[in-house]
Design a protein around this ligand. Structure first.
Ligand code: ATP
Ligand code: MG
Length: 260
């Protein structure tokens, strides 16, 4: 599976979801047959790398450099074993400018797909974190993916965002830019006592969007894990939020099997 975690809105929990899913998928793959997972940070904010304490010092040391020089060997830029069975391709703030340039040159659709191509045989799954919009870099990530997960919160705008991601994917599949299917809509920052949260969930349940059963609760352990540079499934594996991320990873695998 090549899974892009996307939303049309920022701050909904994409990076936290991508980081924790990547760790759990890597654990499952390595337990089963020694398989590995690759996490790709396609956001110039480089938060996915930071979730593991990885910061690229230069453009050349990141996805941005590989997009500029597609003949470069991506293995020289990978950070190996950021968690058991998990490697990471970091971002760099220059990715924003590189993405803009690629778009004007006509390489945005194929950019990340080309960078990842020589690596795919080494990994069971690739998890791509994206910027909180449906701009150039998100398009490039989606075009490298075969599955998309979107995340919403109790903010009514984020439910609308799930519909926007669906329309975005439909449009790019129609142009044959991508084969990616929306396999899941995941509830993040779930506030079980909040009226808005229940209303947003109710509105999404009334659609035909593929709502995943697991909800990720609000937990202060998530920001603490970012400070500790270890996703919560590693830093507090028995916490309810870590258990929810583990269940979400299984939901995602089941949903992916369902669309294949
Ligand atoms: N389950 C949670 N409980 C509490 N805080 C959370 C949870 N999930 C994420 N957060 C916090 O919410 C903020 C936004 O989360 P995150 O960075 O994962 O979202 P994002 O969608 O990737 O944002 P951006 O669009 O800026 O990339 C962060 O400060 C993060 O620590
Ligand atoms: Mg993020």
């Amino acid at each position: 599976m090549r899974l892009a975690v996307c939303s049309s809105k920022g701050g909904v929990g994409k990076t936290s979801t991508a980081a924790n899913l990547a760790v759990v998928l890597a654990e499952l793959s390595s337990q089963r047959h020694g398989g590995r997972v690759l996490a790709v940070d396609a956001d110039p904010q480089d938060s996915l790398g930071r979730a593991f304490g990885v910061v690229a010092k230069t453009k050349e040391d990141s996805l941005a450099g590989l997009l500029e020089c597609p003949d470069a060997d991506p293995r020289t830029v990978l950070r190996n074993e950021v968690a058991p069975g998990l490697d990471l391709l970091p971002a760099h703030p220059s990715l924003e400018q590189v993405g803009g340039l690629l778009a004007t040159q006509g390489g945005i659709v194929t950019g990340i797909r080309r960078v990842l191509r020589p690596l795919l045989a080494d990994y069971d799954h690739v998890v791509l974190d994206t910027h909180g919009d449906l701009g150039n870099l998100t398009l490039s990530a989606v075009c490298a993916a075969d599955a998309v997960l979107t995340v919403f919160t109790s903010d009514p705008g984020s439910a609308l965002g799930a519909a926007r991601v669906t329309a975005f994917l439909d449009q790019h599949r129609q142009f044959e830019n991508t084969v990616a299917q929306l396999i899941g809509v995941a509830c993040s920052l779930w506030d079980k006592d909040g009226k808005a949260a229940r209303e947003v969930l109710g509105a999404l349940e009334a659609t035909d969007l593929p709502l995943l059963p697991t909800r990720i609760p609000v937990s202060r352990r998530v920001p603490s894990a970012t400070l500790a540079k270890r996703p919560v499934v590693l830093s507090a594996p028995t916490s309810s939020v870590a258990i929810a991320y583990t269940a979400l990873a299984r939901d995602v695998l089941t949903a992916y099997e369902g669309v294949r």
